[in-house]
Ligand binder design. Structure first.
Ligand SMILES: C[S@@+](CC[C@H](N)C(=O)[O-])C[C@H]1O[C@@H](n2cnc3c(N)ncnc32)[C@H](O)[C@@H]1O
Length: 191
């Protein structure tokens, strides 16, 4: 096995990456997280998917690559310039791009629950975590990356991460695995 070999990247990946570099958007998840998202997405046929923090759509493209025809993805971003890149390159009727504040959206959401949440922004991860888990179905996947110390972490972020992981570990309704993969992944499944 060579875990660094990442296959079956989404067709639009390269184009979105070029657009992201041109905008100097450097907060995207890497290909290792992307590949894992795609694989896990495929485990939820006819699933309801949520991404918090679309950015320019790099992780979105990987998730979409794992969706079956009946699945639906809602992806939320509060920066219009960024989400417009995702909209431009990911033309897929299964995806609903929402330009919205994740905090407001999570506080007010009263629709159907989700089978898969990729929480890649403050709301739904470090903030409003309980609200995010509340809209996850039983057996649903909650996935986060960037949990191992990274060179771009701001001062004090490691403490925040430490406290958040301790909080996750205390949840009796979640089964979690912490993985030394990509930037550090945690996968939680709701019981
Ligand atoms: C880590 S980046 C997302 C990267 C993207 N998922 C990817 O892998 O390419 C976090 C994103 O969350 C967005 N964001 C930050 N605060 C937000 C909020 N309150 N509501 C919605 N999006 C927010 C940022 O603009 C940024 O694009």
């Amino acid at each position: 096995m060579n875990e660094t070999v990442i296959i079956q990247a989404p067709a639009v990946y390269q184009k979105i990456q070029e657009a992201s570099s041109a905008m100097q958007f450097n907060l995207a998840s890497d290909v290792y997280t992307g590949s894992l998202l795609k694989t896990l997405a495929a485990s939820k046929p006819s699933g309801r998917f949520l991404e918090l923090g679309t950015g320019t759509g790099l992780a979105t493209a990987w998730i979409v690559a794992g969706l079956d025809v009946n699945s639906r993805l809602v992806t939320i971003e509060n920066n219009e310039l960024l989400i417009d890149v995702a909209r431009r390159y990911i033309r897929d009727t299964r995806v609903d791009f929402l330009l919205a504040d994740g905090y407001e959206w999570l506080k007010n959401y009263a629709g159907e629950k989700f089978d898969f949440i990729f929480a890649d922004a403050m709301p739904g991860k470090y903030d409003l975590f309980d609200e995010a888990i509340a809209i996850l179905n039983k057996g649903g996947l909650y996935i986060i990356d960037d949990m191992l110390k990274q060179p771009n972490w701001p001062e004090g972020h490691d403490l925040k991460v430490h406290d958040f992981v301790a909080r996750l570990e205390k949840r009796t309704d979640l089964l979690i695995t912490q993985m030394n993969w990509s930037t550090g992944i945690i996968i939680a499944v709701k019981k």
